[in-house]
Write a protein that binds this ligand. Structure first.
Ligand code: THU
Length: 130
């Protein structure tokens, strides 16, 4: 098993905790910090739909709440339906913590790696306010 496959499997485990009674679309994410520590997250929905939290945002804020400020990799997978791709808001949240590599899955469930630069070109980030 490759590292990317292992991280997608971790994300799938995280997705088992998804609270998604409205979409029934269970998403999980795992982040790997620059120090190699991993944190998980899942999507957590709300009756007021706009208050829902994506799996990626949950995993990243979970890491941040543990003091993490630098994240290398985010892996994301969904247990239901089509392969998922991070929303624009989550791409920006990844940008804040320096994410370099994003691992998604293709329709067969196999890992596909992207640079965050590909997913969020010409982005705005913390350096721009220095
Ligand atoms: N969702 C995520 O958690 N991450 C993604 O990458 C795509 C979408 C969630 C948000 C919502 O709970 C459900 O999937 C349907 O949009």
């Amino acid at each position: 098993m490759t590292d990317a496959q292992r991280l997608i499997a971790e994300a799938a485990t995280a997705a088992e905790q998804s609270y998604s009674p409205y979409s029934h679309y269970r998403v999980g994410a795992v982040v790997v910090t620059s120090d190699g520590v991993e944190y998980r997250g899942c999507n957590v929905e709300n009756a007021a739909y706009g208050a829902s939290i994506c799996a990626e945002a949950n995993a990243i804020t979970n890491a941040a709440a543990h003091g993490v400020r630098s994240i290398d990799t985010v892996a994301v997978t969904c247990l239901d339906g089509a392969a998922c791709s991070p929303c624009g808001n989550c791409r920006q949240i990844m940008r804040e913590f320096g994410v370099r590599r994003v691992i998604l899955t293709d329709d067969a469930g196999d890992p596909v790696e992207y640079a965050l630069d590909e997913l969020l070109p010409r982005s705005f980030g913390p350096e721009d306010l220095e």
